[in-house]
Design a protein around this ligand. Structure first.
Ligand code: KIV
Ligand code: NA
Length: 263
């Protein structure tokens, strides 16, 4: 059965955890959805995992459209979320719509953008025009040079309060999902319980409605530094398919993320 935003919303209401992985091509799209991954995220992390860049900043809109098309061709039932890359949406709601339209035409079912309150107007503009939007707050990699590195966010009381306001502003503007990256588990749980839309955590503890990892991190094949919150599911798995099945099982049961993957 095809996964829709409605399906994901119902899963969150029932407390059924949503399993998400990044995906960049047709073969993995088929494998991941066959193993029970509900959402395929065509992440701009492909700048690092596929292109060998040291950040997501060089990724272009045409790169994202190309990989979204590859994933869409390999997928029959997953919900496909595609990242709006750096510089393709921050200028104005109209710029965001033009860029989002290219990803939707390439086969995305939803676009994701980084930022909270500051992006609220853009999220409202897109969702009012039929383009579902996933927010992304906490550690937002497109802002790495502003944040001073890839580090946990929302540690101070003021920063935590701002993240809650950001999440509420995104929901209010029509966002259908929100990614929480590298925030303390207690804060992610608090945000999740105050929202009606599902949260998808990465380094945000077990209290989120779903979990996401970068595919190359969960397969243990990224040659660079991997974050504390990543887990290599190939360890002891024997095959890629078994590793992905283990990830889905552990997300569903709540076994992943464990305390050692959590802030
Ligand atoms: O680009 C990406 O892979 C992401 C996830 C880590 C959430 O945005
Ligand atoms: Na991303």
């Amino acid at each position: 059965m095809k996964t829709t935003l409605h399906t994901l919303q119902q899963m969150a209401e029932k407390g059924d955890k949503i399993a998400v992985l990044t995906c960049y091509d047709a073969s993995f799209a088929a494998l991941l959805e066959g193993a029970g991954v509900e959402v395929l995220l065509v992440g701009d992390s492909l700048g690092m995992t596929l292109q060998g860049e040291d950040s997501t900043l060089p990724v272009t809109l045409s790169d994202m459209a190309y990989h979204t098309r590859c994933v869409a061709r390999g997928s029959k039932q997953a919900y496909i979320v595609a990242d709006l890359p750096f510089g393709s949406y921050q200028e104005s709601p109209r710029q965001a719509l033009r860029s989002a339209a290219q990803l939707m035409a390439a086969g995305a079912h939803m676009v994701k953008l980084e930022g909270g309150q500051v992006m609220a107007e853009t999220v409202a503009f897109l969702t009012a025009r039929g383009i579902p939007v996933c927010g992304h707050i906490g550690l937002t990699p497109q802002s790495v040079h502003q944040l001073g590195g890839y580090r946990v966010q929302g540690r101070s009381e003021a920063a935590a309060e701002q993240l809650l306001l950001d999440a509420l502003a995104l929901q209010q503007s029509g966002a259908g999902l929100i990614v929480l990256e590298a925030v303390p588990a207690t804060l992610a749980l608090q945000i999740t319980s105050q929202l009606t839309i599902p949260t998808i955590g990465i380094g945000a503890g077990p209290g989120c409605a779903g979990q996401v990892l970068v595919l190359h991190d969960m397969l243990g094949i990224y040659p660079g530094k991997t974050p504390k919150f990543a887990k290599d599911f190939m360890n002891g798995a024997g095959s890629i398919q078994a590793a992905v099945l283990a990830y889905v099982r552990d997300v569903k049961s709540g076994a992943f993320p464990a305390p050692e993957h959590t802030f």
